[in-house]
Design a protein. Sequence first.
Lengths: 253, 253
Amino acid sequence: MNPGKVSPKVTSGRSAGSNLHRKLAQSIGNQILSGVYAPGAILPNEADWCRIYGASRTTVREAVKTLTAKGLLKSRTKIGSRVEPRENWNILDRDVLAWHMASMNPQEFFASVQEVRKILEPEIAALAALNRTPQQLRAITEAFEDMRKARPGRSSVVPDVRFHLALLAAANNVLLSPFGIMIEAALTNMFEFTSTHNAEPDMFIPKHEGILKAVARGNANAARKAALSLLTDTDQTIAQVPIKARKARKAKS
Amino acid sequence: MNPGKVSPKVTSGRSAGSNLHRKLAQSIGNQILSGVYAPGAILPNEADWCRIYGASRTTVREAVKTLTAKGLLKSRTKIGSRVEPRENWNILDRDVLAWHMASMNPQEFFASVQEVRKILEPEIAALAALNRTPQQLRAITEAFEDMRKARPGRSSVVPDVRFHLALLAAANNVLLSPFGIMIEAALTNMFEFTSTHNAEPDMFIPKHEGILKAVARGNANAARKAALSLLTDTDQTIAQVPIKARKARKAKS
DNA sequence: AATCCTTATTTGTATGACAATTCGGCATGA
DNA sequence: TCATGCCGAATTGTCATACAAATAAGGATT
């Protein structure tokens, strides 16, 4: 994975980073997330990166700054750049999450996602029921309508995402907003592996409608319950794909 | 070039950004978070920043790249840099959260934090009870012991933070790890405003012990309940404290 | 053995130049 | 009037080079 010339791996060209420093950041980021450089390891220095990618030092440094800002790196004079411990990584950053997904077993990833979603989304729905503004309710409603109108399939994913993001926004707590990225990634990519939107629209729409109605009439408990129900439902759809047990992270003792 | 001509506002010189591009990023970041530049607004261009801070374009660009990586900005040729909508901000980034706190009403901030903590920490405790490794349990235990040993006061905050972070790590779900930053910020700064650690160590220690024991014997429900109890307890402590306006930490230069 | 100093390596900052992108207006034409 | 396409100017993107600053490592001195 380390050819002498241009870009080892410009994988997952999502979100179109046409800029060179962006491409470098993606490439290096992918290598870190995929374990080529483990936490604590010292990365090649700037001059090395210049040679590896055939880019100028300015560009390399901008890429490094980007990764540093996302918590993946830390640079020190005379030492070089060292990979930060995982708990400092900004995993809910759009790019970092993408790199993470690219180097992970999908089932394992969706297991983590669903775990978090089951914790958060019911409470998000409850908060939305309590705190939503009329405008936010309208946004949720519109997303729902578009969802219902859409034919099952790829296109129905978009309003589905919009629905959940609108719900999140309606919870009116900034500290929860980073999860928008996760939800978006989950719904969008789940489509690639499952056929949620094809399989059971008959289940799907009413469940969402249940959330909407509960939020509309400000019933937190009902909203919570409806959201949880949707999630467990999604779980079953996922479960059709062979599930692998959670990997116990190991260390020994 | 222009020595001594540093910045409109190099406030909250936290975490020692000795580097110039870091200082610029902090300064600009603070301005964005405090609303000087609202989402959608177009920032001064690179040449302007150079003049404003008396720094080279290289440095300015690295600062801008940092902010871009944190989701605060987006640069386009011929347009300049535009502030991104809030939902794209990486609010759980260490720096962004600090800037956010610096420009916010403390009560409001702690209200948001507690809301999220009450949602997450009980579930984190429950997950920890189920998924912890022996090593992770030991880390939690050690933090607890240090907490008990410490005299109430500032020093007891450190092991307290360690306790909660160890718990978080023991939940073994990467997607939750960004909240470590939030928990850390909450506990550390809460000390500045409340006297949690002075006021009721008699309450405090047993509550933590309850969580520890539940996690130790793998009882998820008990862990959840204990964690929630600690949180509602903390709520009361906060409520007692008359809020004084936060004093911006000042750095001069 | 301990301390201090020198040196080498690596990141940090500055400068000037040119490339690439694209917005905005202008000209042209239907 | 409106649409289309071209041109020029503003701004970010990339490059090359030079020097400054920090500091780890090893050697010199005591």
